[in-house]
Structure formats: C-alpha cells, structure tokens
Design a protein around this ligand. Structure first.
Ligand code: KIV
Length: 278
C-alpha cells in the first residue's frame, strides 16, 4: 500500500490572480502577504513572477523615479502612465496606486473622479489615500463608486510638513487616536490599511481591532502584509536607509560595476567585438 504525502491545505493566496477577498481571507487564516512598490513594466513582471502578492504604484515615485525630495510634487498625470505600465505587466499581483497629494483632499467628489481615472486609464485594481478618520466620507464615496480603497495612517509622507518631518506616529496616547482612525476608515469601507512608522505594539493593537488586513512599513511583525520601497530593499539607492528596511541585494554595486566595465570596454575598443557585428 502506498502512503500519500500529506499536502498542506492551499493558502488564501495560492491563486492565479490576487483579489481583495484573497487579502481579507489571508488575515482570517493568519497568513502573511507581500507588497512592493513598483513603477514600470519590467520590474512589475519580475516581481509578479517572483510571487509578490501586491504591487503599489506609490507616489514614492517622486523620490525614486522623478528625482524629487518628497512625494508632494507628484501629479496624477505622472503616476497614470506608471500605473498603466505596472498593471499591464502583471498576471497575478494586485495593483494598488496612490492618490497623489492634491488629487483627493478637496471633496469626496474629487476623490471619486481621480480614483476612477486610475482604474479606467491606469488599470489599477485599487487606490490608496493617506489620512485618518476625516477622510471617511472620501473613502465611502469611492467605495460606493465601485473603487476598492486602501487607507494609510501613521506617518503619511504627503503630510511631512504638517507632521514636522519623518517621525514615528502613534506613540503613547496617540496610539488610541490611531486605532480610532483605523476603525473609522474600516467602517467607511476601506478593505485594507497601511501603517507606516508606528510602534510595533500600537500597530498590533490596531490590527487586532480590525477585521480588514493591515500592511506595515516600519510597523513591526503583527500586520498581515509587509510593504517596502523596492529601490531600498534591493539596494539600488545608496545613502541613509530607514531603520525598517532590510536590504536583500546590492543593485547599486552590481549596476555600477557592470556600467564601469562597459565604459572601459568601449574606451579600450574591446566592445563591440567581431561577434557583435553584422
Ligand atoms: O508611496 C509609497 O511608496 C508608499 C509606501 C511607503 C507605503 O506609500
């Protein structure tokens, strides 16, 4: 008699195409999921094939693609083609796009109009907005319009100046306010919540208070998902790294070395060689 090897039950994310309900299900089943920022088709295809569950076309494109020192100058017209490139390149990953600063705050109507553009023209599967309970009406209006919404609390880079710089949020008494914001955004219909630069304990308390999955960046291990900016985690960017980043590669080193050899080869005449000609 042959004995069958027991197979683990398929996970919530063991799917051909990740949808909002798979992310919700992951939390229910206590499974983790991954999110990485992404701004172009080639990296989107690599991350998708490597099994990243969700790609965020973040307004961190301001720092990592467009050369700004913050996310504030990023516009809808700049983010739309990046969003289209990413959503067109993935087969499995769930694509979320940031609503840029100034494109949603004025009214729920403005938020719906911008979000609809990202789904219609950019091919996004969901939008993300930064801010607390005061944006509940905006979230509700987008959800009613059929747009899945990810909320983002804690340190919110678009409010860098209002928050007095890059500072951990939700310390001490502020943890209660963080949880209130999270609950209001969940009640308004957000299906997922990002927490950035929040003490691990406060983030765990928020996660425990919600039914929807949370995604952390500098928020400890209790969230269902984790998100990082890809240029940070793959070491393309040099310089001071946030403490919450783990670097999995040194792409800056790999690229500088390869480009240096190319420059030498062209200067010395070693490239192109006979095999490169027609
Ligand atoms: O734009 C971005 O990259 C983000 C992440 C930091 C969550 O919002």
């Amino acid at each position: 008699m042959t004995q069958e090897t027991p197979r683990p039950a398929p996970g919530a994310l063991d799917v051909r195409r990740v949808r909002t309900h798979h992310l919700r299900e992951a939390k229910r089943r206590d499974e983790k999921f991954t999110m990485l920022t992404c701004y172009d088709a080639l990296t989107a295809a690599i991350f998708d094939a490597a099994g990243v569950d969700s790609l965020l076309v973040g307004d961190s494109a301001g720092n990592n693609v467009l050369g700004h020192s913050s996310t504030l100058p990023v516009t809808v017209d700049e983010l739309l083609p990046m969003c289209r490139a990413v959503s067109g390149a993935v087969e499995r990953a769930f694509v979320v796009v940031d609503l840029p600063f100034g494109s949603y705050e004025a009214s729920p109507e403005q938020a719906v109009a911008t979000a609809v553009r990202f789904l219609k023209e950019g091919g996004a599967h969901a939008v993300k907005l930064e801010g607390g309970a005061w944006f509940a009406p905006h979230v509700r209006a987008m959800v009613q319009a059929g747009v899945p919404v990810v909320a983002h609390i804690g340190f919110t880079p678009q409010s860098e100046h209002a928050l007095g710089g890059y500072r951990v949020q939700g310390r001490g008494d502020a943890a209660r306010k963080l949880a209130e914001d999270a609950r209001a955004l969940e009640a308004a219909g957000a299906f997922c919540l990002v927490m950035e630069m929040v003490p691990a304990e406060a983030a765990a308390a928020v996660d425990a208070a919600l039914e929807i999955p949370t995604v952390g960046i500098g928020a400890g291990p209790a969230t269902t998902g984790q998100v990082l900016v890809w240029q940070d985690m793959l070491g393309l960017r040099r310089g001071r790294m946030p403490r919450f980043v783990r670097q999995y590669a040194d792409l800056h080193g790999v690229v500088s070395d390869a480009v240096g050899r190319y420059v030498e080869d062209v200067r010395s005449g070693a490239f192109p060689a006979p095999e490169h000609g027609f």
